[in-house]
Design a protein around this ligand. Structure first.
Ligand SMILES: C[S@@+](CC[C@H](N)C(=O)[O-])C[C@H]1O[C@@H](n2cnc3c(N)ncnc32)[C@H](O)[C@@H]1O
Length: 370
């Protein structure tokens, strides 16, 4: 890392601000405690739930600067994929269920703008979290109408955002959320990329399929290929890319050291669905999506790929596509959806089904960047 006297202008200001804002030993201890609770909840009894853990406003600030920021990078990866695939949320009311510090809403508004949002409802069982989220969303988007009151039992949303809550819910809370999801017009749901949570999300996808069509990460609307017998040890997950400046930051290098977290690895699972009657064009395609982390060897790579016929273990030889082969070693793959032929288990003639130079305007029209 550069010394202070090697830095100029903005870089110097940024570094000074960061140093002024440094977290103390007590803060790191509290973050380690929170992380232990999150991990316990994620690996423990599915229906046990987790008691309210926001003990102070400082907890929310600490979360927002660390775990919440990382979750924001996952949402940015999802938003980027939606833009590339031309998937646009409907206009109307946005409900962020289990909002915490409001990170999902903040990325949503940043990505899709506020013009088509009639109201944002920030809902959390914790009043402290609701208050914090409202403050942050208001500060970033002063014009937007915000509600944070209790939800009526028949609440519904045009856009339902759910982020990193599944591990914390007991049975009644899960059922409440599922009922809400069934009434929503459009859902974006992001969770950690761990096996148990991702498989629960896949199961929810299939439960919701009667009313809602899966739009992403799936390339098809058939039942989830991960849930077939024999695949119990596999899960549908993806990797996001943290912003490059994270690797130069004292705050983030301390975060990695104190909490034993590898900054380069940001696994997540996600699901985007829309009401069947709102999906006009057929979404099922012959495209395949690469899942998880390919196992790359010297001249070949083993790939788990999902398409409308299920999940397949495939092999890509380096000589088939040097470009794709090289990209498989990267920490994160941007929207890895491909058209290819399969011979035996060998991938032949792969080509990207979605060009990564596609951009989307906020009114939903898709642009091609030149
Ligand atoms: C790990 S935090 C995630 C917060 C935020 N969605 C994010 O992605 O950063 C989980 C949030 O869910 C909330 N939560 C847990 N159980 C809940 C329930 N039964 N009803 C409403 N909120 C709940 C917690 O208070 C907490 O704010």
């Amino acid at each position: 890392m550069k010394e202070l006297d090697e830095l100029g202008g903005d870089e110097l200001d940024e570094r000074r601000t960061e140093e002024l804002d440094e977290l103390g030993a007590h803060d790191w201890e509290r973050l380690a405690e929170m992380r232990a609770d999150f991990l316990d909840a994620a690996t423990g009894d599915e229906c046990a739930g987790l008691a309210d853990y926001w003990m102070s406003r400082r907890d929310l600030e600490l979360y927002d600067r660390t775990f919440g920021a990382r979750i924001g990078w996952k949402w940015q990866a999802v938003a980027r994929e939606l833009a590339l695939r031309g998937i646009v949320p409907p206009s109307g009311c946005v409900l962020d269920w289990g909002c915490g510090t409001g990170v999902a809403t903040r990325v949503f508004l940043e990505t899709f703008g506020t013009e088509r949002v009639s109201r944002v409802h920030l809902f959390d069982r914790s009043p402290a979290a609701r208050e914090f989220a409202c403050e942050r969303v208001r500060a970033e988007h002063p014009g937007v109408a915000i509600a944070d009151d209790a939800l009526p039992s028949d609440a519904s949303a045009d856009v339902l955002l759910v982020s990193h809550v599944l591990a914390e819910l007991d049975e009644p809370a899960s059922s409440e959320l599922l009922a809400l999801a069934r009434r929503a017009r459009w859902i974006a749901w992001v969770e950690p990329g761990s096996l148990p949570i991702s498989r629960r999300l896949s199961a929810l996808r299939d439960e919701l399929r009667a009313e809602l069509e899966p739009l992403a990460p799936c390339t098809h609307a058939e039942s989830c290929g991960m849930l077939v017998p024999g695949r119990e040890r596999d899960w549908c997950h993806h990797f996001a890319r943290p912003p490059a400046e994270v690797h130069q930051s004292r705050h983030w290098s301390r975060f990695a050291r104190e909490l034993g977290i590898d900054l380069r690895s940001l696994p997540y699972s996600f699901l985007v669905l829309a009401r069947r009657e709102d999906v006009h064009a057929a979404r099922s395609s012959t495209a395949s999506r690469i899942l998880g982390r390919p196992r790359v060897e010297k001249a070949s790579a083993r790939i788990d790929a999902c398409d409308r016929d299920g999940v397949h273990d495939l092999v890509l030889l380096k000589r088939e596509s040097k470009e794709l082969f090289k990209s498989l070693s990267e920490p994160a793959l941007d929207c890895p959806i491909f058209e290819w032929r399969v011979e035996g288990s060998r991938i032949r003639e792969p080509r990207r089904a979605i060009q990564s130079d596609a951009r989307m305007t906020r009114d939903g029209a898709q642009d091609r960047a030149t």
